[in-house]
Design a protein around this ligand. Sequence first.
Ligand SMILES: *Cc1c(COP(=O)(O)O)cnc(C)c1O
Length: 344
Amino acid sequence: MKPLQELTRPNILALAPYSSARDEYSGHEAHVFLDANECPYNAPLNRYPDPLQRELKELVARQKGVPADNIFLGNGSDEAIDLLYRCFCQPGADNVVAIEPTYGMYRVCADINDVEYRPVLLDDQFQLHADALLAACDDHTKLIWICSPNNPTGNSMQRDEVLRVIDAFQGIVVLDEAYSDFSRQRPFRSELAQHPNLVVLNTMSKAWASAAIRLGMAFASADIIAIFNKVKYPYNVNLLTQQQAMQRLKDTQDVERWLQLVLQERSRLMEAFRQLPICQQVYPTDANFFLARVSDAQAVYDYLVHQGIIVRNRTRVQLCHNCLRITVGTRSENAELLGALRQY
Ligand SMILES: *Cc1c(COP(=O)(O)O)cnc(C)c1O
């Protein structure tokens, strides 16, 4: 890995971050707060929240087995994705490499930040090849994007190929593990100490059943986290989100039950889908969705919309011609989908 100072944009390296009222006092005991021009009434919502979400990070640390110093929390994973560009990629000069097909936000954020995006096609098993990704890199490649289990294909990337990328790349490898809770594969976040150039993304939007609160996480070296903290909005995670997330993390019974239900339904739904006359192939998945090739994805999609059932039509995505991406729902939602498709 190149030194972090060399990977970081010069203006970010030199940045003097905004210092909030609460940053300046921290460390002292206090009970009268006349420093932040807040309203003194309507506790607790009248007060600015902790900019570093310390209490929440302690819970995340325990739940995920990652020290609090190695955790960034943001307004969805999307905030972390955008921050990676803003911290490390010089607009108009640097580039990033990514597997293709994958999650669309990596490219959108590249475009917004005027950073060249270099997609590298997966093979026909939707697997990545370390050599192909590394061959797409040059001296201006700052980030490599890997998503595993991958969206929209559902499969996990082969572990030894991912490791080869991490070990050989001189920049930062971002591994998006948004769906790792649904997978039996060992998550990479427990191996941060061995890989100073690794950033792992997690989210509360999928297995944690909390897409509405917008809480995403990045796990990385303390040095990378410090750069994120310098650039992020001071109060990027609001108090209601912090409170709701803490509640979820403290009582995980529901989440564990829902996870088991989704996994059971996933195998049932996939098996039934395979039997449908329209189905050509159901691809293996480690996520809470699966990709299926059908005879005419556009027609099936339109028919389902007409029935009030929305799936994701991925037919225009590379390697996914005539593919639908189907999220696993409740037993009755899945039954409704299958019933409609049997009538197609
Ligand atoms: C859904 C998803 C996310 C989650 O994004 P949030 O902003 O945290 O809701 C991240 N990465 C991938 C690949 C996803 O599919």
